[in-house]
Structures are given as structure tokens and as C-alpha cells.
Design a protein around this ligand. Structure first.
Ligand code: EAX
Length: 321
């Protein structure tokens, strides 16, 4: 009898617990004022509002909880609730997502956003859901450009021999080998120091990340190669998400959409203002890049994806208006 009573009390406490406030930790690689920080905060604010304060949240910015690969693993085991991440390491978990990392595939921001907001984006979020992760919404990092400490890069010949940090992504690594650089995969939290100490000569990231990370302190030249579009995605832990009610899941979905919208707005702003900021901080910005020779050399990387899945998805993405 005593055990039974204790059991009832424990159940009552648990039931109350379900209605108690729950704090959601949102991890990301960049500063709180970055496009990811703005998006993480929009998620937290929207979720708090929709839930009437049942949920609160806080950012774990700047790779405090590890690199993007570590954070994705954290979601899978439930040590982390939510992450805003690039797709950099995601293909290692969900190989279908490599389709989005192919170089010179997206024509411009409108093309990329239309693809991710449409049928293809929904299909890939569902694939993410089959791999012990929850894909809530496509957000954005931006078109990536090459920076380095050695010389002005205008042609693939200028990349020859440059030690270039890439994300831990075999599509990107193959593309940069093809274009003549020596790709060195590395987690983002290690990058600034690696550039500072000359472990690598250069790296590639969108204007958003170059400005948020003040890479002008360690890099002299930036070439607006726009060689690949870098999606971001709002991911949740299935350990958390599967335990939510349908109403709560709806709030998480809404909050993720608000997060992506806020991040995209910040990307738009920085695409306008960011290049001037790079110049103001002493970088040489090379804008007159002929992309065709880079694209021709990067094309070998398509086989990383198409050898496994064929060309159908690539054709479908190209056909999105
Ligand atoms: O997601 O690792 C990278 O270069 C990413 O672009 C950056 O951390 C933002």
C-alpha cells in the first residue's frame, strides 16, 4: 500500500512536471548577433509567446557545445534540444542532403529559397526525420566565397597549392580538389586559430559568417566566387520532440519558420552591407570572377551524390523556377 501511494504521488508530480516551464537550449556556431543568433532568438521568442511562457529558451552560441557535427550528434542522443546548423556535416548523417551542397547548382537566392520552401525541401526534411533527427525548417547561411592570406584569387590557377579549410563535407572537399586547392576539413570552432597560426591559408564562407567571425583579422583577400549555396536547417532532438503534444509540436514548427524568416532577412541585409564592411576592415574584395572555369573543375564532385542517387534530384533542382 505504501508503495502504491508513493507511486501515485510520483505520477502526480510527473504530470505536473509536464505543465511546468521547460527551457530549450538552441545551439549554433556563430555569435549571438549573427544571422544564426538572430534566428535562434526569433525561435525562442516565438516559442515563448505561442506557449504562453510554458517554454522558454536560451542560446548556446559560438560553438560552446561543439562544432556542428558534435551538435547534431547531441540532438541524436538528446543532450541538446535544438540546433541551427549549416548542412556542412549533415550529409554524413543524411546522405540525400548532399544534393543541396553541390557547387554551382543554385542560380541565386530566389532559386535556393524556392527549392527549399517547395516540394524538394519538404522531401529532404522528411529524409532527415528518418535518421534520428527532426528537420523543422530550412534556414540559411548564404552563398560561400573564398578568403585567404596569400594572394588575390581570380582563377583556379590562383587556388593552386592553397591550404583551404573546408567543412567536413566530401562534396565540398572533392570540389576544391578539382579546382586545384588542398582542402583541409575542420570543425568551425577551430578555424579562427588555424587561420591565425597559418595551419591553413584560407577558408570559404558566406559574407554573413566572414563578418560575424571578423575573419578580416586573419585574412587579407576575399574573392566573391559564390561557388556554392550553403543552406542552414533548424533541427530538433527526437528525444525532445517525440515527447511533445501535437499542439506543442505546432508551436515548434511555427517558431522554426519565424527563425528561418529572421535569418533570411539578416542574410539579405548583410548581402547589401557586408561587402562594404569587409573593405572597411581592410580586406581586398575581388568581384570580377569568371565562374565558368571554377564550375567546370568542380563538376567532378557531383558524382559524390549521383553515383549513389542518380541525376534525378539534380535535374529537379535545376528545373525549379
Ligand atoms: O554554419 O562551418 C562552417 O563554415 C559554417 O558555414 C559556419 O559554421 C556556419
Amino acid at each position: 500500500m505504501k508503495h502504491l501511494v508513493t507511486g501515485f504521488i510520483a505520477a502526480a508530480i510527473l504530470a505536473t512536471g509536464a505543465h511546468a516551464q521547460q527551457n530549450i537550449v538552441v545551439g549554433h556556431a556563430l555569435s549571438p548577433s549573427s544571422h544564426y543568433g538572430v534566428g535562434a532568438q526569433a525561435f525562442i521568442d516565438t516559442l515563448t509567446e505561442l506557449s504562453g511562457g510554458t517554454f522558454t529558451g536560451e542560446q548556446a552560441p559560438a560553438g560552446q557545445l561543439g562544432g556542428e557535427r558534435d551538435m547534431i550528434e547531441g540532438l541524436q542522443i538528446g543532450s541538446l534540444d535544438l540546433v541551427v546548423t549549416s548542412t556542412g556535416p549533415l550529409g554524413n548523417f543524411v546522405p540525400e542532403v548532399f544534393a543541396l551542397d553541390l557547387p554551382f547548382l543554385f542560380r541565386d537566392y530566389d532559386h535556393a529559397r524556392a527549392t527549399l520552401d517547395g516540394e524538394i525541401g519538404q522531401e529532404l526534411l522528411a529524409k532527415i526525420g528518418e535518421n534520428n533527427l527532426v528537420g523543422l525548417a530550412w534556414s540559411e547561411n548564404g552563398f560561400r566565397h573564398v578568403t585567404n592570406s596569400q594572394r588575390a584569387v581570380r582563377t583556379p590557377e590562383d587556388l593552386a597549392g592553397l591550404k583551404l579549410r573546408t567543412m567536413e563535407n566530401k562534396v565540398h572537399m572533392t570540389a576544391f580538389s578539382g579546382m586545384g586547392a588542398s582542402p583541409t576539413p575542420m570543425a568551425f570552432p577551430e578555424l579562427f586559430t588555424a587561420l591565425q597560426q597559418g595551419v591553413v591559408d584560407g577558408q570559404e564562407n558566406p559574407v554573413t559568417v566572414i563578418t560575424a567571425s571578423k575573419f578580416w583579422e586573419v585574412q587579407k583577400h576575399v574573392s566573391l566566387t559564390g561557388h556554392v549555396y550553403s543552406p542552414a536547417v533548424v533541427l530538433a532532438s527526437p528525444v525532445l520532440f517525440d515527447g511533445l503534444s501535437d499542439e506543442q509540436k505546432g508551436w515548434f514548427m511555427e517558431a522554426s519558420k519565424a527563425s528561418a524568416a529572421a535569418t533570411r532577412a539578416e542574410v539579405n541585409r548583410l548581402e547589401e552591407a557586408g561587402v562594404a564592411l569587409l573593405r572597411e576592415n581592410g580586406m581586398e574584395v575581388i568581384t570580377d570572377i569568371d565562374k565558368a572555369p571554377f564550375a567546370a573543375l568542380a563538376e567532378a564532385s557531383y558524382s559524390v551524390y549521383t553515383d549513389q542517387y542518380g541525376t534525378e534530384m539534380v535535374d529537379r533542382i535545376k528545373a525549379v523556377k
